[in-house]
Design a binder for this molecule. Structure first.
Ligand code: ATP
Ligand code: MG
Length: 584
C-alpha cells in the first residue's frame, strides 16, 4: 500500500498544475468527465512562439485526456482584424501538427447570444446604461487603494436601461454617448469589478457581421460567455487575466443556467530572450520595413520560425520542455535552438557546402579525371544510406580553413601541413597564389592517392578534417545567415537613451552570401528542405525561392550554441577566480 501511495505521489508530482486540476476534476466526474479546451487568438497579427506554447498546451491536454479543442477567433474588436491573419493562424496551427476537427468558431458568431446575456443582466438589475463618457468613467474608477465614484446613472430603472440598450443596438446614438456597465462594486479592491463597461457603441462594419451590429461586447463580456456557449471546461489563459477571473466568474454566475461553468486557469506567458513578443511591436517591425514581413526568418512568429527552418516537432518539444509555470521569466533562446538541433540532427541530410570558397588545385591529380566517393547521409540514421560525391583536381574549401601563418591551436590547412578532406584524401599544402592586392586566389596542394576515403594509409595522423566541394561540379547558391534580431536580452526594456524598443535592434542580423558552393547532391532540393552543411550548421531552402533559378538557403541554426558559451563564460568568470583563491 505504501508503494501505491508513493506511485500516486510520484504521478502527481510529474503532472503540471493544470493537469493536476484536470485529473481532480475527472476523478469527481465534473462536467460528466468531459475535457474541452479552446485556443482563442485575436486575428490581429500572426501567431508567435508564445502562441505556439498555448496551442501545444490546449491541444496537448485535449489529446492526453481524450478531450476536444476549439479554435475560436476572438473577433470582438471590428477595428484591427483581417482575413490574412485568420488564414495565417489556421495554417500555422495545422503546420504545428494540431487540428480543431472543424470546430472553427468566431466570437462574432455569438453576438446575438451575447446581446441576450446582456439583457438578462439588465433585467436582474446587474447592468445599467451609463451616460458618462469613456474618459469620465476611467477617471471615476479610483485607485487600488481608493474606492471609485458611483455613476449617477447607476440606479436607472430596469425598464429605462432596457429601452436605452435596445436603442443603442438600433443605432440611435453616436459613439461614446452611452455604454452598458455591470453593476458590481465601485469600492472593490479589484479594479475590474468597479462597474466595468460591457458594451460600447462602434459605428463600424465588422469583417464578418458587416453592418448588422453597432454595439460590440468588451473582452470580459465576450470571453467567458463564449466559453460557456461552447461548453469549454478549462479555459486556459495567461497570467494577466488572473485579475479578470472574479469578473469572469461573476458574469457567468448571473448569466449561466444549471451547474456547468467553464473554469479559467492562468499560466505564465512564454517570453524569449533577444526578441519581442507583442503583436503590436511585431507589426511595427513589419510596417517600417525592419524585417521582410511577418514570416521573416528573424521573427519569433511561427511562420518566421518555419521559414527559418524550424520543424514542428522541435517547437512542440520546446514547449514541452519549458513546461508551465505561474511566474513570468525569460526563456533562453538556446533552449529552443537545442530542441531544434536535436530534431535536425536525427533527420537532416548531410551535405558539404563551402560558404566562403577559395580554390584548391591538387597538382598531382590527373587533369581530366574525376571520381565518385562515398559519403554518409546521416551518421545518426543508417537507414538514410550513402551518396556519391564527385572529386576532381580543383576543389573549393572555406577561406578560413587556411592560414598562411597559423597560430598555435589552428589545426587546419597551412603551408607544408597535411589535412584530411572529408570522405576523400589527405592533402598537403605546397604553395599559395595571390593577386595584386595580396588576397589568396589559389592554394596548391598535392594529395596522397593511397589515402582514398580519407583513411590514413600508414597510421600517420592528421589533426584537421575539412569539408570541400569539387569546383567543376559545384552548384552556386545564396546563403542568408541570420543572427539575433535584437542586441539585448530584453528589448522591451528601454531607458532615457534608448527610448524605443527598436533602438535595441541588432544592425547585423542578416548577412547574405551570394556565392556559396554546394555539392551536386543538392540540385533536386525543394523549398523547405532541410540539410546539415557539414561543420557549418543547419540550412533550409527558402520557401519563396525558385529552385530552378538559384537555390536560396536560410541558415537555421549553427551546430553549436556559441551564444550560450559566451554567456556561460561570462557567468563563470567570478567563480573561476574564487576557485583559484581556494587552490592557493
Ligand atoms: P496582444 O499581444 O494583441 O494583447 P495576445 O498576445 O494575448 O494579444 P491573443 O491572440 O489574444 O494574443 O492570444 C491568443 C492566446 O494565446 C491567448 O490565450 C493568450 O493567452 C495566448 N498567448 C499569447 N501570448 C502568449 C505567450 N507569450 N505565451 C503563452 N501564451 C500566449
Ligand atoms: Mg489577447
Amino acid at each position: 500500500m505504501a508503494n501505491n501511495e508513493k506511485n500516486e505521489e510520484g504521478k502527481k508530482k510529474s503532472l503540471n498544475f493544470i493537469e493536476q486540476i484536470i485529473e481532480e476534476d475527472l476523478s469527481k466526474n465534473k462536467n460528466g468527465g468531459r475535457i474541452h479546451t479552446r485556443f482563442p487568438p485575436e486575428p490581429n497579427g500572426f501567431l508567435h512562439i508564445g502562441h505556439a506554447k498555448s496551442i501545444c498546451l490546449n491541444f496537448g491536454l485535449a489529446g492526453k485526456y481524450n478531450g476536444k479543442t476549439n479554435l475560436r477567433f476572438d473577433d470582438t474588436n471590428p477595428l484591427k482584424e483581417e482575413q490574412v491573419y485568420i488564414d495565417s493562424i489556421k495554417e500555422d496551427i495545422h503546420w504545428l501538427g494540431f487540428d480543431w476537427e472543424g470546430r472553427e468558431y468566431y466570437a462574432s458568431d455569438y453576438f446575438e447570444r451575447l446581446y441576450e446575456f446582456a439583457e438578462k443582466l439588465i433585467k436582474q438589475g446587474k447592468a445599467f446604461v451609463c451616460e458618462m463618457t469613456p474618459d469620465e468613467i476611467k477617471n471615476s474608477r479610483g485607485t487600488p487603494t481608493e474606492p471609485g465614484k458611483e455613476s449617477p446613472y447607476r440606479d436607472r430603472p430596469v425598464e429605462e436601461n432596457l429601452d436605452l440598450f435596445r436603442r443603442m443596438k438600433e443605432g440611435e446614438f453616436p459613439e461614446g454617448r452611452y455604454q452598458l456597465r455591470a453593476k458590481i462594486d465601485m469600492s472593490s479592491p479589484n479594479m475590474h469589478l468597479r462597474d466595468p463597461v460591457l458594451y460600447r457603441i462602434r459605428h463600424m462594419a465588422h469583417p464578418r457581421t458587416g453592418d448588422e451590429w453597432c454595439i460590440y461586447p468588451m473582452y470580459d463580456m465576450a470571453h467567458g460567455q463564449c466559453d460557456y456557449i461552447e461548453g469549454i471546461t478549462h479555459s486556459l489563459c495567461t497570467m494577466e487575466f488572473e485579475v479578470h477571473r472574479p469578473l469572469y466568474d461573476w458574469l457567468l454566475d448571473h448569466i449561466a443556467e444549471g451547474d456547468y461553468r467553464p473554469r479559467q486557469i492562468e499560466f505564465a506567458r512564454l517570453n524569449l530572450g533577444y526578441t519581442v513578443m507583442s503583436k503590436r511591436k511585431l507589426l511595427q517591425l513589419v510596417e517600417d520595413g525592419t524585417v521582410d514581413g511577418w514570416d521573416d526568418p528573424r521573427m519569433p512568429t511561427i511562420s518566421g520560425l518555419r521559414r527559418r527552418g524550424y520543424t514542428p516537432a522541435s517547437i512542440r518539444d520546446f514547449s514541452e520542455r519549458v513546461g508551465i509555470a505561474k511566474r513570468d521569466n525569460i526563456i533562453d533562446m538556446a533552449l529552443l535552438e537545442n530542441s531544434l538541433r536535436e530534431d535536425l540532427n536525427k533527420k537532416a541530410q548531410r551535405v558539404m557546402g563551402v560558404l566562403d570558397p577559395v580554390k584548391v588545385v591538387i597538382t598531382n591529380y590527373p587533369e581530366n579525371e574525376e571520381e565518385e566517393l562515398d559519403a554518409v547521409n546521416n551518421p545518426e540514421d543508417e537507414s538514410m544510406g550513402k551518396r556519391e560525391v564527385p572529386f576532381s583536381r580543383e576543389i573549393f574549401i572555406e577561406r578560413n580553413d587556411f592560414m598562411e601563418e597559423p597560430p598555435k591551436k589552428f589545426f587546419r590547412l597551412a603551408p607544408g601541413r597535411e589535412v584530411r578532406l572529408r570522405y576523400a584524401y589527405f592533402i598537403t599544402c605546397e604553395d599559395v597564389v595571390k593577386d595584386a592586392s595580396g588576397e589568396i586566389t589559389e592554394i596548391r596542394c598535392t594529395y596522397d592517392p593511397s589515402s582514398r576515403g580519407g583513411q590514413s594509409p600508414d597510421g600517420r595522423k592528421v589533426k584537421g578534417t575539412l569539408h570541400w566541394v569539387s569546383a567543376k561540379h559545384a552548384i552556386p547558391v545564396e546563403v542568408r545567415q541570420y543572427d539575433r534580431l535584437f542586441m539585448t536580452e530584453d528589448p522591451d526594456k528601454v531607458d532615457e537613451e534608448r527610448k524605443d524598443f527598436r533602438a535595441n535592434l541588432n544592425p547585423d542580423s542578416l548577412h547574405i552570401l551570394e556565392n556559396c558552393m554546394l555539392e551536386p547532391f543538392i540540385k533536386d532540393a525543394k523549398p523547405e528542405d532541410k540539410f546539415q552543411f557539414e561543420r557549418k550548421g543547419y540550412f533550409c531552402v527558402d520557401r519563396y525561392c525558385d529552385p530552378h533559378k538559384k537555390l536560396v538557403f536560410n541558415r537555421t541554426v549553427t551546430l553549436k550554441d556559441t551564444w550560450a558559451k559566451i554567456a556561460k563564460q561570462q557567468k563563470q568568470q567570478p567563480k573561476k577566480q574564487k576557485n583559484k583563491q581556494k587552490n592557493k
